[in-house]
Design a binder for this molecule. Structure first.
Ligand code: AKG
Ligand code: FE2
Length: 512
């Protein structure tokens, strides 16, 4: 067919050339794609090399933890997935990567990292600008781009948390003006920011930003509708008068919190976490430090250093009660068993997870390792209390933002079921060993006493939860502050009533 006319033949030659062009373009595209993949691989490798030098430290701050989590969720979805899908050997490589990704953070983790970061921002009064520039409570961390701030704000937005959305979208806008290669679309930020400002009661400001958005994207349907809506609102009395009229510089951004978070107890708890002195500590001038041996052979050669933190109720710190080998062993034994910590639901009597307690914990029996038994004996020697009726050793590990909001360790009269199955009565005393220093945050605080204990590796806090007649001491209500930077390991020994009949009064001379 073709050779019957010269005209068509020439067309065929042109087609041949076009195919060559196509192929060449394909090779160029593939080379670009491979180069991008190579760059991503280089990035990941240099990041992990850097991080693996001090793995504990690396993820130990909320901003790095957020960035790391984002890398394998949002960034991955945006950059890597499509690049890999275009490969001919897709089957092979995606199977291997999927397998490896089981160990990597998921979108659920990303949401968790962001909610931890926002909680820390509130509790510790951290400025958005400082956090974004890599300063978390004075500890240096990674710097966030406009896009990072935008994504953070967007996750807040998805939980209808307009307060934090405004903070982080504002920051994204600020960062964007400084970026040579803009990492996010200004119009996208404006879209979220204007609507969140409206939600927070700044209609006039929302309108200004929506108009700015319409300049960038004149066909933006939602923006057009919003503009009309805001204009209409501004004509009504409610918005025409009042603060909005004072000008557009006033931006309202109230943080709405539930009743409990507004309570005196909770705000005191947060202030103590920040290290503030919230109230005078009763009889502070009478607090002492001293050595304790109890005439016990275990302690004669190595008396315990006691530091009183409060007299009535009596709260003390015992220094250097566990050595490094003991602590390392306990952490190693607990690590494979760690599970999300649960709390007693006093209505149902069941154990469940709760946002007011975020940590992982495990229980260790004395028979599991001689070191556990040894530690139990030491607690017996120091407190003079019977340890046979105590609960097993509870080991807890708090990550970034991990905390335990104010609670009692003992069961109240109405919580009749709490420790029934143990058959050893109520929790008469709490022993809490700190097994790490914590870089920032993570104190144990007592909001009704103004007492704050900052973790010190190897030290233990101790207090009685019950009066001698078995009534709870309500002022022992306490909390574990969110970890700001670092990891916090503790081990708890809850000592019970049974078996103390002849032990309390003990050699520590408590009068209550
Ligand atoms: O970790 C802390 O500082 C306190 C923990 C605590 O109160 C508890 O586990 O009951
Ligand atoms: Fe507690």
């Amino acid at each position: 067919e073709l050779f019957t006319s010269m005209a068509h033949l020439e067309k065929a030659l042109w087609a041949e050339k076009d195919i060559a062009d196509e192929l060449r373009q394909y090779v160029t595209r593939e080379e670009e794609r491979l180069q991008t993949i190579r760059r991503i691989a280089d990035d990941l490798e240099s990041h992990s090399q850097q991080a693996l030098k001090h793995p504990e430290n690396h993820l130990a701050n909320p901003v790095s933890a957020f960035l790391f989590t984002k890398r394998f969720t949002l960034d991955w979805e945006r950059e890597v997935d499509s690049l890999l899908k275009a490969s001919n050997n897709i089957q092979d490589i995606s199977e291997r990567i999927d397998y490896l990704k089981q160990a990597l953070p998921t979108f659920e983790d990303l949401n968790g990292a962001v909610s931890a970061l926002l909680r820390l921002q509130d509790t510790y009064h951290l400025e958005t600008g400082k956090m974004a520039s890599g300063d978390v409570g004075g500890v240096k961390t990674s710097i966030l781009t406009a896009s990072d701030c935008f994504e953070l704000g967007r996750i807040a937005y998805n939980t209808e948390d307009y307060y934090h959305t405004v903070l982080w979208m504002d920051e994204a806008m600020m960062k964007l003006t400084l970026e040579r290669n803009e990492t996010v679309d200004r119009s996208e930020i404006l879209d979220y920011l204007s609507f969140s400002l409206f939600k927070q009661g700044n209609v006039r400001h929302a309108l200004t930003l929506t108009e700015e958005l319409l300049l960038l994207a004149p066909e933006h349907t939602r923006a057009k509708n919003n503009k009309a809506y805001y204009e209409k609102l501004l004509l009504t009395d409610k918005y025409a008068e009042g603060r909005e009229d004072l000008g557009e510089t006033i931006v309202r951004n109230p943080r709405t919190v539930d009743e409990y978070r507004n309570s005196h107890e909770f705000t005191t708890y947060e202030a103590l976490c920040r290290g503030e002195d919230t109230q005078p500590v009763k009889d502070q001038h009478r607090l002492k430090c001293y050595y304790l041996t109890n005439n016990n052979p275990l302690l004669i050669l190595q008396p315990i250093k006691v530091e009183e933190a409060h007299l009535d109720p009596w709260i003390v710190l015992f220094h250097d009660v566990m050595n490094d080998i003991e602590m390392a062993t306990i952490k190693n034994l607990a690590t494979p068993k760690l599970g999300r910590a649960t709390v007693h639901n006093s209505m149902t009597g069941k154990l469940e997870t709760a946002t007011y307690r975020i940590s992982k914990s495990a229980w260790l029996k004395a028979i599991e390792h001689p070191i556990i038994a040894r530690v139990n004996n030491r607690i017996d020697a120091i407190t003079g209390l019977e340890l046979n009726t105590a609960e097993e050793l509870q080991v807890a590990n708090y990550g970034i933002g991990g905390h335990y909001e104010p609670h009692f360790d003992f069961a109240r009269k109405e919580e009749t079921n709490a420790f029934k199955s143990l058959g050893t009565g109520n929790r008469i005393a709490t022993w809490l060993t700190y097994m790490t220093d914590v870089e920032a945050g993570g104190a144990t605080v007592f909001p009704y006493l103004g007492v704050k204990l900052f973790p010190e590796k190897g030290a233990a806090a101790f207090w009685f939860n019950l009066y001698r007649n078995g009534d709870g001491i309500f002022n022992t209500r306490h909390a574990a502050c969110p970890v700001l930077v670092g990891t916090k390991w503790v081990s708890n020994k809850w000592i019970h009533e049974r078996g103390q009949e002849f032990r309390r009064p003990c050699s520590l001379q408590m009068d209550e």
